[in-house]
Design a protein around this ligand. Structure first.
Ligand SMILES: Cc1cc2nc3c(=O)[nH]c(=O)nc-3n(C[C@H](O)[C@H](O)[C@H](O)COP(=O)(O)OP(=O)(O)OC[C@H]3O[C@@H](n4cnc5c(N)ncnc54)[C@H](O)[C@@H]3O)c2cc1C
Length: 427
């Protein structure tokens, strides 16, 4: 990998997401050699992926080059590498570009879509976990309308204009709201010769409320907002299968659709070598102690979505969200410095800063620790927080200008089929 051996201990971080970047920033001014490995050369701001999928933002405004984030740190090395295996006993990681020895290893590989073992759903549905997947979804949505315009078969046309989102968490809710706005404002202008009123957006949630984990008020308000926008909200319905055409559920309900978007869950993106059952708990996450050490190791740590730190308040592990990942990255940085200076490490304590989701123009719900509010003010708070956490001044400016433009013009200019996507439909 062409990384020099120095007298400094080598810390290898797998993953340049929220946790990995927060940690690398903390460590890079220390007497340590920090090597960050990621299969992408950019950091993805996942909370805004749905805006890429729905043409509100260009992908490069929510991605940032990892090399640029850490360019000023002399002891820092980045390699574009897919980590394939961890050999914990010999202290090395095996990647597609070679083998690298470590003194300390931090697994910050995040999470991946969880299909709960349903291979048909995995094959035919659309996920939205990465930028390429979001671009696929953007293309598919637009291609569906182009195809709907051409067919004279009414059932086929309706299926092309039906969108089924599975999962009533923030991702599902935000996507449903954005699609509803496209239907209302953009489609009638873009497709005057298509009856776009026939387009249907369904959101299906297996539990009895949307935005589980947020307050009852936020959940109810989000549902009201979606219904006002014309979204069909189905609660207590579990999707059982999708064959590329028909969605079946555990009730009598079925849906004919060319697009099923799966936002129903994620699981830890574990890596071979550290994926044995003895290391894992619920959600395919690595069990870590209060110092983020992986069970059974002193020099191997895990942070962010892939790590499961069980606490009294969170017996199933901390939420798989950006804040726990960032806070763990920071804290582990401080702890590694303590470790090297032979001082005792401090246990991690999660500071819950709240949760929020936007449903559309002037519509958001925000639960802070002390205050809970919904509507226009919540929407401004949502925008401010997302701008604040985006990496890079240019990205913030581009996103801000896009949002102002979209707000004033009722528009989403990035509705482009740059890279056509064809779904693998059943013969
Ligand atoms: C659509 C969507 C919307 C979301 N919205 C919100 C929100 O509004 N608020 C919120 O708090 N959270 C939200 N989240 C969750 C949040 O994005 C995650 O909790 C957060 O990204 C976790 O950070 P992380 O550092 O653990 O992992 P990630 O940010 O996922 O980073 C993991 C990194 O590891 C790399 N990687 C993985 N495996 C390998 C490998 N084998 N080799 C090399 N590199 C590898 C990946 O390329 C990636 O860069 C959302 C997530 C999604 C998908």
């Amino acid at each position: 990998m062409n990384i020099p051996r120095t007298s400094f201990p080598r810390v290898v971080i797998v993953g340049g997401g929220f946790a990995g970047v927060a940690l690398a920033k903390k460590l890079s001014k220390q007497e340590l050699q920090v090597v960050l490995l990621d299969k992408n050369n950019y950091h993805t701001f996942q909370p805004l992926l749905y805006q890429v999928s729905t043409g509100g933002l260009e992908p490069d405004s929510i991605a940032y080059p990892i090399r640029k984030i850490l360019k000023d740190f002399p002891n820092f090395h980045f390699r574009l590498a897919h980590v394939q295996e961890i050999d914990a006993n010999h202290g090395k990681v095996i990647t597609d570009i070679g083998v690298l020895k470590f003194d300390y290893l931090v697994v910050a590989s995040g999470s991946k879509t969880n299909y709960f073992g349903n291979t048909e759903i995995e094959k035919y549905s659309m996920a939205m976990k990465t930028i390429p997947q979001s671009l696929n979804l953007r293309s598919l949505i637009l291609e569906n309308f182009e195809d709907a315009l051409l067919t004279s078969d009414l059932n086929e046309r309706n299926a092309l204009m039906n969108f089924v989102i599975v999962g009533g968490g923030p991702t599902g809710v935000e996507l449903a709201g954005a699609l509803a706005e496209i239907k209302k404002v953009i489609l009638p202008k873009d497709y005057p010769d298509l009856d776009t009123r026939m387009a249907q957006i369904h959101i299906i949630q297996s539990g009895d409320c949307l935005l589980k984990g947020m307050s009852e008020k936020a959940s109810q308000k989000a549902e009201d907002f979606l219904e006002k926008l014309g979204v069909n909200v189905w609660k207590n319905v579990r999707v059982t299968n999708y064959n590329g055409k028909t969605v079946t559920t555990n009730t009598d309900l079925t849906f004919e659709t060319a697009t099923l978007i799966w936002a129903a869950g994620v699981k830890g993106a574990t890596i071979k070598g550290l994926d044995a059952q003895e290391f894992l708990v619920r959600g395919n996450r690595l069990l870590v102690n209060e110092f983020n050490q992986v069970k059974g190791f002193e020099n191997i740590f895990a942070v962010g979505d892939v790590a499961c730190m069980q606490t009294e308040t969170y017996p199933n592990g901390l939420p798989m969200m950006a804040q726990p990942a960032i806070q763990q990255g920071h804290q582990l940085g401080d702890n590694m410095i303590r470790l090297i200076e032979k001082e005792p490490m401090k246990p991690f304590k999660y500071k819950d800063k709240g949760a929020m989701a936007t449903i559309g123009r002037n519509k958001a719900v925000v639960d802070l620790r002390k205050f809970k509010f919904q509507g226009v003010f919540a929407w401004y708070v949502w925008m401010f927080v997302h701008l604040f956490f985006l990496i890079g001044f240019r990205n913030r400016m581009v996103v801000f200008v896009n949002w102002v433009y979209n707000y004033v013009r009722f528009d989403r200019e990035a509705r482009l089929i740059i890279r056509p996507f064809k779904k693998r439909l059943k013969p």
